[in-house]
Design a binder for this molecule. Structure first.
Ligand SMILES: CC(C)(COP(=O)(O)OP(=O)(O)OC[C@H]1O[C@@H](n2cnc3c(N)ncnc32)[C@H](O)[C@@H]1OP(=O)(O)O)[C@@H](O)C(=O)NCCC(=O)NCCS
Length: 176
C-alpha cells in the first residue's frame, strides 16, 4: 500500500525518479551532520539510493519500503524526506529509517508534525511499535526522538574503537 499524508504544513508523497535533484539538495544541506553519522555520506549517492529504493533493511522487500518526499502543500517547496519500512525486524514493527529536513525548515516543529502524522497513519494497525536508528553523535535527533516518546532502547551497534571516523548507533522504540 503506498503511504502518503497531508497535515497542516506538510504534504508527504511517494518519491519519484524525477525528484532526485531535490532529494540530493536535502542531503547536501545536512552535509556536516552526514559526516558524523555514517560511512556513506555522499549526497548524490544517498539521493540515488533513496529514490531508487535501495535503502532496504537486511532481507527487506521493496513493497514494504515507503520513501516519502515532504513538501509545503501550497508552494510545493521541498521540506525534507522520510523513509519508513513496515515489518522490520518483526511483522508488527514500523522502522523509520530516515527523517531529514532541509536546514531552512528545521527547528520549527515540522519534524514533530511529520512524525506525528506518520504515527496517526499507522495507528489503526497492524503495526504496534515504531523503531528508529539514531547516530550517537546526533544529539539533536536523540533529543527529538526521546521527546516524542522513544524511551525503549532496543539495540546498540557500531565501532568498538573510538576515533574521528568511527560511528555508533542507538535503536529506540515507542509503542503505538
Ligand atoms: C531531527 C529533525 C528531524 C527534527 O525536526 P525539527 O523540525 O527540526 O524538530 P522540531 O522543531 O519538530 O523539534 C522537536 C524537538 O526536537 C528537538 N530539537 C529539534 N531541533 C533541535 C536543535 N537544533 N537542538 C536541540 N534540540 C532540537 C527539541 O527537543 C524539540 O522540542 P522542543 O522544541 O520542545 O525542545 C530535523 O532537525 C532534521 O532533519 N535534522 C537533520 C537530520 C537528522 O538528524 N535526522 C534524524 C536522523 S535519526
Amino acid at each position: 500500500m503506498p503511504y502518503s499524508f497531508r497535515s497542516a504544513r506538510i504534504l508527504a508523497q511517494p518519491v519519484t525518479g524525477a525528484e532526485i535533484p531535490e532529494i540530493e539538495t536535502v542531503y547536501a544541506g545536512n552535509r556536516e551532520l552526514l559526516l558524523l553519522l555514517d560511512r556513506e555520506n555522499d549526497p548524490p549517492v544517498l539521493a540515488r539510493r533513496f529514490v531508487e529504493h535501495q535503502n532496504l533493511p537486511p532481507r527487506g522487500c521493496r513493497s514494504s519500503l515507503h520513501n516519502l518526499i515532504l513538501r509545503e502543500p501550497m508552494a510545493g517547496d521541498v521540506i525534507g524526506l522520510m523513509s519508513l519500512y513496515t515489518g522490520y525486524p518483526k511483522g508488527d514493527i514500523a522502522y523509520v529509517g530516515e527523517l531529514f529536513l532541509s536546514v531552512e525548515f528545521q527547528g520549527i516543529g515540522l519534524g514533530r508534525e511529520a512524525y506525528l502524522s506518520l504515527e496517526a497513519m499507522l495507528r489503526p494497525g497492524p503495526m504496534t511499535r515504531v523503531r528508529v536508528g539514531v547516530g550517537l553523535k546526533n544529539w539533536n535527533a536523540l533529543r527529538f526522538w526521546i521527546r516524542l516518546g522513544f524511551m525503549q532502547v532496543t539495540g546498540m551497534s557500531g565501532d568498538r574503537c573510538f576515533g574521528p571516523g568511527r560511528h555508533a548507533f542507538l535503536e529506540l522504540q515507542k509503542n503505538l
